[in-house]
Design a protein around this ligand. Structure first.
Ligand code: SF4
Length: 212
């Protein structure tokens, strides 16, 4: 697909996505990072309570940590990351709070409903690299019973007819200290270095992408 056709297809996709109302238990309308044509996709879990108002994914505290990692390891500030990487999520709407007061984990039917959006994005963008952030996002592609077994490693994964590299990251939210203490701290640094070396990220940092 030519770059202009890809942009058009993604524009149309995002316009449809933000109108989606498939899941009646969701507490917000979909949050989108915009139609950024990229060979790198970042997949979060689901927006928190602030993102729908701020109208972009990773807009609050978890985002601050995530963008700090990108700045530190790739020299890309938040604006550069948002303009060069396509942001997706397992679910695009805020699921509401669980009885314990934490953000509710999306239910299997909601994850199923929303997976078609991600599948279509992979079909349009044909990414070279996907970065799933957090256990739920990682588990959409590979088995993830323990973060220690997947963080710091690169995998080859497939969705439909397209295969791509997968480098998982832990969730940057303050809810879990996993990435701040050993061995998570070292494994996170290893994963961030692997992402920094990946050719798709090297191209992004140079300011371009490979010809489609
Ligand atoms: S979670 Fe996904 S499938 Fe469900 S309403 Fe939101 S955008 Fe649609």
């Amino acid at each position: 697909m030519l770059a202009s056709a890809k942009q058009l297809a993604l524009d149309r996709h995002v316009a449809r996505l933000v109108r989606c109302r498939r899941c009646p238990r969701m507490k917000s309308t979909p949050v989108s990072g915009g139609a950024v044509v990229s060979e790198v996709m970042l997949i979060g879990q689901a927006p928190g309570p602030r993102e729908p108002t701020l109208k972009r994914p990773f807009a609050h505290t978890a985002g601050q940590t995530l963008f700090r990692w990108f700045e530190q390891f790739y020299g890309m500030n938040e604006a550069a990351v948002r303009s060069k990487i396509y942001f997706a999520a397992v679910c695009r709407c805020f699921p509401g709070k669980s009885p314990g007061g934490t953000d509710r984990v999306p239910a299997p039917d909601e994850i199923r409903n929303c997976s078609s959006w991600m599948n279509e994005e992979i079909k349009i963008l044909k990414p070279r690299l996907i970065i799933p952030v957090g256990r739920l996002a990682i588990a959409q592609f590979i088995e993830c019973t323990k973060l220690e077994q997947v963080i710091g490693r690169k995998f080859r994964a497939q969705r439909g007819e397209h295969s791509f590299d997968l480098i998982p990251l832990p969730h940057p939210s303050g809810a879990s200290p996993w990435h701040k203490i050993s061995p998570g701290k070292q494994l996170l640094a290893r994963a961030l270095r692997q992402i920094a070396r990946h050719p798709a990220i090297v191209d992004l940092r140079k300011g371009g992408t490979r010809c489609p």
